[in-house]
Design a protein around this ligand. Structure first.
Ligand SMILES: NC(=O)c1ccc[n+]([C@@H]2O[C@H](COP(=O)([O-])OP(=O)(O)OC[C@H]3O[C@@H](n4cnc5c(N)ncnc54)[C@H](OP(=O)(O)O)[C@@H]3O)[C@@H](O)[C@H]2O)c1
Length: 224
């Protein structure tokens, strides 16, 4: 069975990915900001600590996993949405969003690209947001979150080019407006189980000729 390493399984979309891949029989390497939140109702899950802002967490996990092939590297952990207005911006939070949403996923790929290259499927998927699309920004605001996801998209495009010769397919996915804590829970349009099921189908169908593209969870290509 294929293996998947997922960041941010403490809650929300990451946790749902872990549960659905477990149900599908995959080998799931679930990572958490805090091990207080590990999935306990499955004997098959392998749980690891990984705060994506902590460099030593990456080296510790790499040491534990060694050269193990990872079929799908799934970067999900993220924070936002900033709602502060000009004149009242929280610049520490702007920087924190960049650390978590942009630098963290790059460090993830930097650490585990060889493990992905050693696998059969050779896929990297990152959960971004259409809020990072400059073309689709018609409502302004959300400076830090938008910039962190636009930066993430730029990095994933470069990674797609740089990893193409190793047969690795990179895909960036907007999950929809999802009913998690991060999506504002009750108001969101897409149930988390539906978003994740659609994204799993999307990830499985992408070929290497489609590497470096940005999609919505339902498979619709999105502009940068
Ligand atoms: N929900 C939406 O509508 C929506 C829309 C567009 C994009 N997204 C993106 O989808 C992804 C998942 O969001 P979500 O809706 O599931 O949000 P969520 O419910 O807030 O979950 C975010 C996850 O990321 C983890 N996390 C936060 N900081 C971390 C760090 N430094 N290291 C490792 N893990 C960390 C959180 O852990 P803790 O619980 O311990 O904080 C949590 O497990 C994010 O990248 C988000 O930007 C979501």
């Amino acid at each position: 069975m294929p293996s998947v390493l997922i960041t941010g399984c403490d809650a929300g979309i990451g946790r749902e990915f872990a549960k659905q891949y477990l149900e599908a029989g995959w080998e799931v390497l679930a990572t958490y900001r805090s091990l207080d939140n590990v999935i306990t109702d499955s004997k098959k899950v392998q749980n690891f600590k990984l705060d994506v802002t902590v460099a030593s967490d990456f080296s510790d996990l790499k040491q534990k996993l060694g050269d193990k092939p990872i079929d799908l590297l799934l970067s999900n952990a993220g924070i936002g949405l900033d709602v502060a207005k000009l004149g009242a911006l929280d610049f520490d939070y702007v920087k924190q969003m960049y650390d978590v949403n942009t630098v963290g996923p790059l460090r993830l790929v930097d650490t585990f690209a060889d493990n992905v290259a050693a696998s059969d499927m050779r896929r990297i998927a990152t959960i971004t947001s259409r809020m990072g699309s400059i073309n689709l920004n018609l409502s302004g605001g959300h400076y830090g979150y938008r910039a962190s996801k636009a930066g993430l998209n730029a990095m994933m495009r470069s990674l797609a080019i740089d990893l193409f010769d190793r047969g690795i397919t990179v895909v960036s996915i907007h999950p929809g407006w999802v009913d998690t804590a991060g999506g504002g829970a009750g108001n969101a349009a897409v149930p988390v189980a539906e978003s994740v099921a659609s994204m799993r189908a999307l990830i499985s169908k992408r070929g290497n000729h489609e590497t470096g593209q940005l999609f919505a969870y339902d498979g619709m290509p999105l502009p940068w």
